[in-house]
Design a protein around this ligand. Structure first.
Ligand code: SF4
Length: 325
């Protein structure tokens, strides 16, 4: 893990002289506002204290194999949509699925141009993905609707939440539109989908809700103000419908935007802003709650959290006041 990082601030695109920071607190200059991304909001929803350690104190976890695999697969799929020739694929369509599949498989390379050869089963993830996309292509009445209208698009919005200016930022993996022009935002994950876990559904839906809000509020010259009506996500690690089942094909789900999840995402965002409003800009993270549900320590903290050394539940090194327990 790295040592503490000094406060970082990032220019807010399209707002000259305005910056945003994950280390924001009410005592900062007016030209710096709170920065929120889909993952910082997700971290906060998972464990507020962990998000304080990561985002505010700047302690980073080591890069894991899952992260490297995720970056390689994401980058490869982004290149696929940039480079694929829909006209050529359409000419293959009359020769059958195998030929479209064969063409799409040409985009599965053996490595990443920047990170080097694949060593973490990236080809398996990409092969499964290309097979699924070849099937989707065969089912597209007009092949031009196969391509996304947005491919890894960076979006930014400045909104007021709880009376505070907040910079929302994010990169949408893909945005599609059907023949009627109905927009649909779609996310890619390389992990395994656990269909039987309600928390997986609610977390994914809240992630998608963040993008739906971002698209509506952003300043993007083409996509700004877009009202998404559907969302969906892929898991190239496959899926299991019950505990212990081996994952196989890519899991793909699409559904209408759900107001219930838009509301719960907004509740989380408001709580995040209220929490930061209590933060004084020092090492005191007591405004950020510890993860706390039945057996949380046993099933989350002990086996999974690699930031225990910075958490008041364990070594407590950063807490200058009486400890819990
Ligand atoms: S040890 Fe538990 S409570 Fe502490 S930061 Fe990690 S997940 Fe959160």
């Amino acid at each position: 893990m790295s040592a503490f990082s000094p406060p970082k601030r990032y220019p807010v695109p399209g707002r000259p002289g305005l910056f945003s920071s994950y280390q924001w607190h009410p005592g900062m200059n007016d030209d710096v506002i709170l920065r929120v991304s889909k993952s910082s909001l997700g971290d906060f929803g998972f464990c507020q204290q962990q998000s304080f350690i990561k985002r505010v104190l700047g302690i980073k976890s080591e890069e894991t194999e899952a992260m490297i695999r995720g970056s390689n697969v994401h980058d490869s799929i982004e290149r696929f949509y940039q480079d694929v020739s829909v006209s050529y694929a359409a000419s293959m369509k009359s020769y059958g699925l195998e030929n479209v599949e064969k063409y799409f498989m040409e985009f599965v390379g053996e490595g990443d141009p920047k990170r080097g050869p694949y060593e973490l089963d990236e080809e398996q993830h990409l092969t499964k993905y290309m097979k699924l996309e070849a099937e989707r292509f065969m089912n597209c009445a007009d092949p031009h609707f196969f391509l996304p209208i947005g491919n890894e698009v960076s979006l930014d919005a400045v909104v007021t939440i709880e009376g505070q200016l907040v910079h929302l930022t994010g990169i949408v993996d893909r945005l599609f539109a059907d023949a009627e022009g109905i927009p649909h935002v779609h996310e890619l994950k390389t992990g395994m989908w656990k269909d039987h876990k309600p928390s997986k559904w609610s977390n994914m839906r809240e992630e998608m809700a963040y993008y739906v809000m971002l698209l509506k509020e952003c300043d993007h010259e083409v996509l700004g103000g877009l009202e998404c009506e559907r969302w969906g996500w892929d898991h190239t690690g496959g899926y299991a419908s019950k505990e212990g089942e081996e994952p196989d094909a890519v899991w793909r789900g699409v559904e209408d935007v759900r107001q219930k999840d838009m509301d719960s995402m907004m509740d989380k965002l408001r709580l995040l802003v209220r929490t930061y409003n209590q933060y004084k800009g020092d090492l005191d993270g007591r405004a950020f709650a510890l993860i706390d549900f039945w057996r949380a320590q046993e099933v989350i903290c002990e086996p999974w959290c690699d930031l225990k050394g910075y958490c008041p539940r364990y070594e407590k090194i950063l807490w200058p006041y009486p400890q819990e327990g």
